[in-house]
Design a protein around this ligand. Structure first.
Ligand code: SF4
Length: 495
């Protein structure tokens, strides 16, 4: 696995490779089932969970409807508190801004706290090209970085690794990134955590620049919020002289009172805790306390286009808890890398095609990476109807049709490979419009049923290779109805 998602194959191909890896499947099954069971217990403790969930959805919807207003309020509040706000329309612009800001400090090394937005824009690679080395400080991100790997889960980016693999990575790689792993390091969790602590402490104490994301931004006060379990994030946010936070614009919440809702929903849904062990908040800069310079880079990168889609925009409510991943039967078998972006699982299947568009092979395949069982919707703390958005995006892939990209409305042609499906749907539509032709076709199919192949030829083969084709009955329902009731199906219908 390389350190970039660029050029990854369509979901079915990547998933096929992952499902053959029995160790990966065992790691995923064990981890996701453990987290999902704990989450269910934590959620069951609250009598008003459904009301909290509805409030979480409503506050996000209201904020997104007036996002322009809240973003301007946020900008004013951050600036008044001594911070500097930068606007980035896309990944390239965000990378250029951050690279320039780091260069202006004269530093060539930065520490980072886990940030999905910076994964999304490929910041580490952009910094490396500019001769700046970024050190990941979240334990799981550290494992991913040392293993020259990619995150495969929102909350537990190294979920695909077990303890002995992590020990081997630490032994092999730590020395080339700083302090080496202790002699005789075992795979006990305590020893692995201690090795990471010693390795990272050196970085925290020397780094002059920190880069972070944020879980929320409170517009009324210009405050950013990071929740985490390890405390590494807090070190990264407070020790460096310069802090640069790269945050998606949809992370805005209007007030502290609104924030309260999410500080209850998020920990129970993600780590099954009543509250996060570390909740760090910062507002601009304060003399003698924390970073002397604070920059906020507000990232669009497809978000306003997503906002323009009345069905798809609900994906922007996501608070990245990962509950939908942990209950998804497809994620459990395919793993996170098959989704080709830092957003894996059900939420990735609806976010990535909206952020990047459905023109690419990988992006066009993601809305199909689901059985539409609905388990993701059931657990989502902000009630995102992921199956609804998946079906909506499938329609966009098959039909082509209008999308808004960078504010420009474009009519897409259907993605390659879906022309056959579209033609089949047209043929079915014609047949249902012509009942006599449909009846004759069904009779012919019934008479020749012994001759039907068990696998479809041509492009249909990929579909029938993984499914049992239904057997055609000897008699159609309409003929059975007419024979037993003496009327045609049409006459017997209530319609
Ligand atoms: S879609 Fe819902 S369940 Fe999935 S990560 Fe986002 S908030 Fe959590």
């Amino acid at each position: 696995m390389s350190g970039t998602y660029l050029g990854m194959p369509a979901f079915p191909r990547a998933a096929a490779a992952a499902t053959r890896d029995s160790r990966l499947r065992a790691n995923l099954r064990h981890a996701t089932h453990t987290i999902r069971d704990k989450r269910a217990k934590a959620v069951a403790e609250l009598d008003d969970w459904d009301r909290l969930r509805a409030a979480g959805a409503a506050v996000k919807d209201r904020t997104l409807r007036h996002l322009d207003h809240y973003l301007e309020q946020l900008e004013t509040a951050v600036t008044d508190a001594g911070g500097q706000v930068h606007w980035a329309a896309d990944a390239d612009e965000a990378n250029r801004i951050v690279t320039r800001l780091v260069r202006e400090t004269g530093e060539t090394e930065v520490v980072k706290v886990k940030s999905m937005a910076t994964q999304e824009i490929g910041l580490n690679e952009a910094l490396a090209e500019a001769g700046i080395r970024a050190y990941e400080t979240d334990l799981a991100e550290l494992i991913v970085q040392l293993g020259r790997d990619l995150p495969s889960h929102i909350l537990v980016p190294a979920i695909h690794r077990n303890r002995s693999e992590i020990r081997d990575i630490f032994r092999r790689e730590m020395a080339s990134w700083g302090r080496a792993a202790p002699e005789g390091l075992s795979d006990s969790p305590a020893e692995l955590a201690e090795a990471a602590r010693l390795h990272l402490r050196e970085k925290f104490l020397t780094a002059k620049v920190g880069i972070s994301g944020a879980n929320f931004m409170v517009a009324e006060s210009g405050t950013l919020v990071v929740v985490e379990s390890e405390g590494n994030g807090r070190m990264c946010l407070t020790l460096p002289e310069t802090l640069i936070s790269v945050v998606g614009i949809e992370k805005t919440v209007p007030t502290w009172q609104d924030l309260e809702v999410y500080l209850q929903l998020l920990p129970r849904s993600s780590t099954a805790e009543r509250m996060n062990p570390y909740t760090s908040t910062w507002t601009g800069t304060t003399d003698g306390d924390g970073p002397r310079t604070f920059h906020l880079v507000l990232l669009d990168n497809g978000r306003t286009d997503t906002l323009a889609d009345t069905v798809g925009r609900q994906a922007l409510r996501c608070i990245r808890c990962s509950a939908c991943l942990n209950v998804c039967p497809v994620y459990e078998r395919a793993g996170g890398h098959a989704y080709g972006s830092p957003y894996p699982g059900p939420i990735g299947a609806i976010l990535t095609p909206q952020f990047r568009g459905t023109e690419g092979t990988l992006e066009a395949s993601l809305p199909y990476a689901s059985s539409l069982c609905g388990a993701c919707y059931e657990v989502c703390p902000v009630a995102i109807d992921i199956p609804e958005v998946l079906v909506h995006l499938r329609e966009r892939v098959v039909e082509g049709g209008p999308v808004v990209r960078n504010g420009v409305r474009t009519v897409l042609r259907p993605a390659r490979g879906h022309a056959a499906e579209r033609a089949a749907m047209r043929a079915a539509g014609w047949a249902f419009d012509h009942p006599d032709a449909l009846r004759r076709g069904m009779r012919l199919a019934a008479r020749t049923r012994r001759l039907h192949p068990r696998r479809l030829p041509g492009p249909g083969r990929a579909w029938s290779d993984t499914r049992e084709l239904p057997a055609v009955p000897a008699e159609s329902f309409r003929d059975w109805w007419q024979r037993t009731r003496g009327t045609s199906g049409r006459e017997g219908s209530a319609e």
